[in-house]
Structure formats: C-alpha cells, structure tokens
Design a protein around this ligand. Structure first.
Ligand code: HEM
Length: 522
C-alpha cells in the first residue's frame, strides 16, 4: 500500500520534471512576446496544452495567465513566499485580471479596485460564494462559519443574526470597551520604562480583549494562560491553513493519502480550539448568558426563539461556536497587525508621528480623543488610510466563488471559478495611485489625490468584513492614544529599522522588531 503510494508520487514527480523542462524551453522562446500576445499558453506545445485543458477543465478563453504546468497547474506561483507581491507582479505582465490553475480549479485574480468592485459589489450575487474545500471544511466545522460558509439561505440567516447581535452589543458600549483597552495598553507601554521591546503581543492582547469583551464579556491579562492558549491555537490555525502544504491537499486529493505533519498539526489545533471555545461557551451558558449584553448571549438567546421564516434556517450551537471563532480570528490578528505596521512605518518616518502629535495637541489640547473627533483630525485619519492602503492586513481577502456563470471586465467567468481579490495589488496599482509604493499619508488629505473609492481593505458587497465598524474605531482610538502618549524610537542606532516587506499568510504581518516607547511630556 505504502510502496504503491510512493511509486505514484515518484511517477508524478518524474512527469512533472519532464513537463517543467519542456515548458521552460517553450516559455523562454516566447518570453519576449508574452506581454503583447496575452496568450502565453499559446507557446506551450499543443500536446501539453491540451493535456492541461483535460486536467483543468475549460478555461475562460479570453483570459491570459502564466503558463500552467500539467498536473501542477500554477502551484509554483501559488507557493511563492510573498504571494500578494508575486500576484501583483504578475498583473504587470498579464493585466489586471488574469487566471491561474490549481488542480482542477480555475482561479481568477483581480488586481484593480474597479474590477474588484465590479465583482464584489456590483455583481455581488454572482460572486458571493466561498470555495468548497477539504481543509476549509475541517477548519469551519463543515462550512458552518460565516467567513468560510458558502452563500446559501442558511448562511445569509446566520450572517444576519450575527450582524444584528454585533450591532446590538456594540451600539452603546464599543467606544468605552476600546477606550478601556487603549488606556490599559498605554499603561503597559509606560511600564516598559524606555526598554526596547517587541509590542506585537501587547497589540494582540488589546485587540483580543476588545473582541472577548464583546463576545464573552471577559478580558484577560497578558500573562493569562487561558488567553495564551487561545491565541496560540488560533494563530497556528490561521498560519497552517494559509501554508501551501495544506492548500495542496484541496487541489490534489491523492496527497491526502500521504503523511503530512503540518496537516496533522492543523487537525490537532482545530480540536484544541473547539475544546477551548466549547468550554468558554459552556461556562457562559451556566453563568452569564441570561444577563445579555454580549454577542454570544444574544446568539444563544436567538437559538431559543423559533427561527423559521422563508429560509427555515435552524441556527445551532455549532453556529454560535463558529461565530465566536470568526470574531476572534477576524478581529484579533488583523487589528494587531495593522497597529504593528503603523509603528514600523513611523520608525522610518519620525516626522509623521510628530505631525499627528501636533494635530492632536492643537485640536484636543490635553484631552484624550473620542471617535467623534475624527473629522477634526484629518492627518491622523490620513495616516490610518495610508496604512490600510499600503499594508491591507487581509491582502487577498478571502477567496470568493462564482455561484453562476457571469462576467468580470467583459471576460466570461464560468460557475465555480474561484475569485481572488488582490487588495494588495489594487492598493499598489500605478494607474490609480501616484508613487504607489511610497508611504505618503498626505495623499489622503484634501487635494492630495488619494482615492477613498479605490481603498478597499475590508472587501465589499455581501462578504464585506463583518467587523469593519469595530476595526475602524479601534484603529482610530488605539493609534490616537498611542501617538498622544508616546514617541516611538528605534531600539538602537546599530539595529536596522523594521523590515517593511512583511510576511504574508492569510494575514500580512510585519517581521518582529523592537522599539522604544518614550512617554511624551504633557
Ligand atoms: C484592520 C482590520 C480588518 C481588516 C483590514 C479586515 C479585512 C477583511 C477582509 C478583506 C475580509 C474578506 C472580505 C471578502 O471576503 O471579500 C474580511 C472578512 C471578515 N472579517 Fe474582517 N478585517 C478586519 C477586522 C475585523 C474585525 C475587527 C472583525 C470582527 C470583529 C472581523 C471579522 C470578519 C469576518 C467575520 C469576516 C467574514 C465575512 C464574510 O465572509 O461574510 N474583521 N475582513
């Protein structure tokens, strides 16, 4: 049994090496014309091309894309170390919309805001699906999460219930929940007394506490073992699920028969997650849920009401469980990563932090900002917008699926095509942004030329980020408190400034760095 699996893999490998060689030869011959012809696969020998067609199903004929290897398709492109940057560079060659193949699946990559808006907003009902996948089903309890659940009447009802629970619970209290965490974060930074430190964990704790307060009515200390366990496990799931070792299992079912240590770890972490969240919900049911006021209590109460309606949707405790997971995953590493990016960029450009500080002092004097002050703090808002543009922390959003035959930018898109909105690419599109790779908050000031319409860090349409309002308030208040109270200084003259390229998985994060938080005189 084991020997036959090994020989199949060996055979595939030999076939693949042969094909890579032939395709490379063909590609190098056609390299010069690829851009103009927009049909690079025309250079691949006919036999290979029809082979690939046989394996990958019918492609959208008018869409170009990099040469696709039989059996492997464009797996080598998809396994690139910084996928958003790689996909953006392919757009320079193949245009703002191009295709990639992966196993039997065709993916269409969208790299420009207008094209992304067409698919996600204008034609939302054609593209609101999520791909079904073997590993996606494992991490989402069979598609019963909001983020990975496919578009259906049941999913719509689930999202609607979660959205209104979130709205009810944040309406009155969100501002004070974030303020409390922002004050606490500033106190933690003060206690470092000028030591050079890595702030990423503090940002994670602050963002996580906002979500755990909203969902479970609890917040945690940085040293809390419960918080550590939960965060380690959720982070591990996100990073493993984003790895090519795991995504290969979705496209190549044969690989599921082989030992795969990252996949075994993923399974273990998912079981650990379910045990931890399950315990929280059980405790919550025993003690707090009748009190109300949190998203989880609101959702548990909705289980007790007849749901019926046209959809006949039945929300189960698994939906409540997975909503908690969705909010914790969606709401922690994203906000924390953006704060960490902001400090990293400000170390490179200290004059920007001084400008924000002067604006805060000029407008508010010594008082701490409220979210309602944002219209009087344009430079701070411009800084946040520039961070969302340069480092959209969900750089490739979450893959969408065409629910029916449709079109994007005039290209026919067959049902079940996977759509990848490359938000990173859209935010670096030279046709839209002047000097797109430079950090220039001023572009978002009046007359600065920055386009708010082209800024789409939260996606759009039916799958718009469920936490956008929370994230925007968090970004505003956390950044304002931090820059009001501290000057961020490089750890030392000898150490290089933070690397701004980052590490891209599902979330785009800055590489670890240390910083000195120097309290501002008041
Ligand atoms: C700076 C912070 C954040 C950014 C940039 C961000 C961005 C995104 C993006 C791009 C998507 C995918 C949209 C699509 O599929 O087209 C998404 C989905 C989602 N986000 Fe966020 N997000 C942030 C914070 C949050 C927060 C704070 C929460 C929860 C409180 C959250 C919860 C979710 C959920 C549940 C989804 C899935 C929505 C669905 O599939 O219908 N996010 N987010």
């Amino acid at each position: 049994m084991c020997i036959s699996a090994v020989s199949v893999v060996l055979l595939l490998f030999i076939l693949w090496m042969l094909v890579v060689k032939l395709c490379r030869q063909a590609d190098s011959q056609s390299d010069g014309d690829a851009k103009e012809s927009k049909q690079p696969e025309a250079a691949v020998p006919k036999l290979l091309h029809s082979l690939s067609k046989r394996f990958f199903g019918s492609l959208s004929p008018s869409l170009s894309g990099p040469p696709s290897l039989p059996l492997l398709g464009n797996m080598l492109d998809l396994a690139q170390e910084h996928l958003p940057i790689h996909l953006t560079s392919l757009a320079l060659r193949y245009g703002n919309i191009y295709r990639l193949n992966c196993g039997s699946t065709t993916m269409v990559i969208l790299n420009n805001s207008e094209i992304i808006r067409e698919a996600l907003i204008k034609k939302w009902s054609d593209f609101a699906g999520r791909p079904h996948s073997y590993t996606g089903d494992i991490v989402s309890s069979g598609g019963r999460s909001i983020s990975l659940g496919d578009f259906s009447e049941g999913w719509k009802a689930h999202r609607r219930v979660a959205h209104s629970a979130l709205h009810r619970c944040t309406m009155d209290s969100l501002h004070s929940v974030i303020e409390k965490q922002a004050h606490h974060l500033c106190q933690v930074l003060r206690d470092y007394n000028g030591k050079a430190v890595d702030l990423s964990e503090d940002f994670t704790v602050a963002a996580s506490n906002v979500i755990t307060t909203l969902t479970l009515g609890k917040s945690y200390d940085k040293s809390s073992e419960d918080l550590q366990k939960l965060q380690d496990c959720l982070n591990e799931i996100v990073s493993l699920w984003g790895s090519p070792w795991i995504s290969a299992l979705d496209s190549f079912p044969l690989l599921r028969k082989l030992p795969n240590p990252p996949f075994s770890r993923l399974m273990k972490e998912v079981a650990r997650r379910d045990e931890l969240i399950g315990k929280h919900i059980e405790d919550f049911k025993k003690n707090d849920h009748k009190k109300g006021g949190t998203v989880t209590s609101s959702l548990l109460q909705s289980l007790e009401q007849p749901q019926g309606g046209a959809s006949q949707m039945t929300l189960t405790e698994t939906h409540v469980h997975m909503t908690t997971v969705d909010l914790l995953i969606g709401g922690t590493e994203t906000t924390a990563a953006l704060l960490n990016w902001t400090v990293a960029f400000l170390l490179h450009r200290p004059e920007v932090q001084n400008k924000v500080y002067e604006e805060l002092c000029g407008v508010l004097d010594v008082r701490y900002p409220q979210y309602s002050d944002r219209h009087r703090l344009p430079y701070l808002c411009a800084l946040i917008n520039e961070m969302l543009r340069l480092r959209p922390v969900a750089p490739l959003a979450v893959p969408h699926r065409a629910i029916r035959n449709s079109s994007i930018a005039g290209h026919f898109i067959p049902k079940n095509t996977i759509i990848i909105p490359n938000l990173y690419g859209a935010h670096h599109d030279p046709e839209v942004w002047d000097d797109p790779y430079s950090f220039k908050p001023e572009r978002f000031l009046e007359g600065g030329g920055g386009s708010l319409r082209a800024l789409i860090p939260f996606g759009g349409g039916a799958r718009l980020c469920l936490g956008e309002a929370i994230a925007r308030m968090e970004m505003f208040l956390f950044t304002a408190y931090l820059l009001r109270d501290f000057k961020f200084l490089p750890a030392s003259k000898e150490e290089p400034l933070p690397d701004l390229r980052g590490v891209a998985s599902v979330v785009l994060k800055v590489k670890p760095y240390t910083v000195i938080t120097h309290p501002r005189e008041k």
